[in-house]
Design a protein around this ligand. Structure first.
Ligand SMILES: Cc1ncc(COP(=O)(O)O)c(C=O)c1O
Length: 390
């Protein structure tokens, strides 16, 4: 039997609908420039610059030292599910959270996958903001659902047009929002809840940036007000644990919970044990780190926002949260015709990486996104270059 014959037996698969991720192209170019010895600024994607809080590091080390390195419950160790449930009640005001209705996932990404895979039947529609972090639409497609993109700035008004569309099975909320940094007000959250309630559908609430929120704004969890919410969280941003891959989710639907549990068992079968002990320490230990990190991000936000405001070509949107700055291209240099060109032009002229807006959806046309999660001096230097680039 030869290889070509085997190849021809591979049929179409839902995974073929998924792209490799456009930001990877920019990243490759940045890495190539770095290899050539050029100074580059990694503002194309968001990864916290902070180190793990020391007590979290210590808990991970201790777990390994004490041989807590065996299989765990596939939904997470009981101590962690207890710590998560207590945090959800205390901080997010999700009153009915218990260790029995939360799961521990391999990052927020995995929580998103098990949620949509559990919730959707083929052809079900999910309302999502436009623009939106690329992976959301992809995960919905993987779950055989159909993303309906609505402009984030008129999200609540626009969703009313789908009042009578029975195919819409969920509305997705991400506040603070990647890529625009927009934070929904409590009133806007109420508006989304009214819509979901009137249709009897779920809200899927991605709260990965709940702690990266500025100017004293309040983070509101839809799950504190609406029972049919699946609430998703990430430890990547709040505790700088991005590489350790841990997140969690809550639902009070028994049917969904059982499905999510089965999916976890048959996919990751539990997050690595040592990280779970680190997460217990993160959630139950001192929280000063979170406030310090937030003020540092706010400082970076101000540096990059002020610089981009003065740039000849770009007009920034002031983010209320997240570590992303969304900027409109107000004037195109001669050689530039679209957001993709602008990203490469800026990279070529200054060494500053960014992401072209259209990767986040059609509403991103004419925009680019900067991440300011890199350390403050790096963000400051990059900002000076963006301010002056011609
Ligand atoms: C909006 C949003 N949700 C979820 C995630 C998932 O993060 P992680 O898988 O690292 O927990 C990200 C990561 O960038 C994100 O931007």
């Amino acid at each position: 039997m030869n290889c070509r014959m085997k190849q021809s037996t591979i049929g179409r698969n839902i995974v073929d609908e998924i792209s490799f991720g456009a930001i990877v192209k920019i990243r490759d170019q940045l890495l190539e420039m770095q290899r050539q010895g050029k100074k580059v600024y990694r503002l194309e994607s968001g990864d916290p610059s902070f180190s793990l809080p020391p007590h979290v590091k210590e808990a991970i080390k201790q777990a390994i030292e004490n041989n807590k390195t065996h299989y765990t419950d596939s939904t997470g160790i009981p101590e962690l599910r207890k710590a998560i449930a207590e945090k959800l009640v205390r901080k997010n005001k999700i009153k009915d959270a218990t260790p029995e209705n939360v799961i521990v996932s391999n990052g927020g990404m995995n929580a998103l996958y098990v949620t949509f895979r559990s919730l959707l039947s083929p052809g079900d529609e999910v309302i999502i903001p436009d623009p939106m972090w690329t992976e959301i639409a992809e995960i919905i497609k993987l779950a055989e659902g159909v993303p309906i993109r609505l402009p984030v700035e008129n999200y609540i008004e626009e969703m009313q047009k789908y009042e009578d569309d029975d195919k819409v099975k969920a509305v997705f909320v991400n506040s603070p929002h990647n890529p625009t940094g927009l934070v929904f007000t409590p009133k806007q959250i109420d508006g989304i809840i009214s819509f979901a309630e009137s249709k009897g559908i779920f809200i899927v609430s991605d709260e990965a940036y709940e702690d990266v929120i500025f100017d004293g704004r309040e983070h509101v969890s839809p799950g504190s007000k609406y029972d049919n919410t699946i609430s998703l969280f990430s430890m990547s941003k709040t505790y700088a644990m991005s590489g350790l891959r841990i997140g969690y989710a809550h639902t009070n639907s028994e049917i969904l919970y059982d499905r999510m549990k089965k999916l976890l068992r048959c996919t990751i079968n539990g997050v690595n044990s040592a990280t779970q002990y680190g997460a217990v320490a993160a959630l139950t230990g001192p929280q000063e780190f979170v406030g310090q990190m937030r003020s540092e991000y706010q400082k970076r936000r101000d540096i990059i926002f002020n610089a981009v405001s003065k740039s000849r070509y770009l007009e920034p949107v002031k983010p209320g949260g997240t570590f992303y700055l969304w900027a409109k291209i107000k004037e195109y240099p001669k050689e530039v015709k679209d957001s993709w060109d602008m990203t490469y032009y800026l990279l070529d002229k200054t060494g500053v990486g960014s992401s072209p807006g259209p990767v986040f959806g059609p509403a991103g046309d004419g925009y680019i996104r900067f991440a300011f999660s890199a350390d403050t001096e790096h963000v400051r230097e990059a900002s000076e270059l963006i301010e002056k680039f011609e």
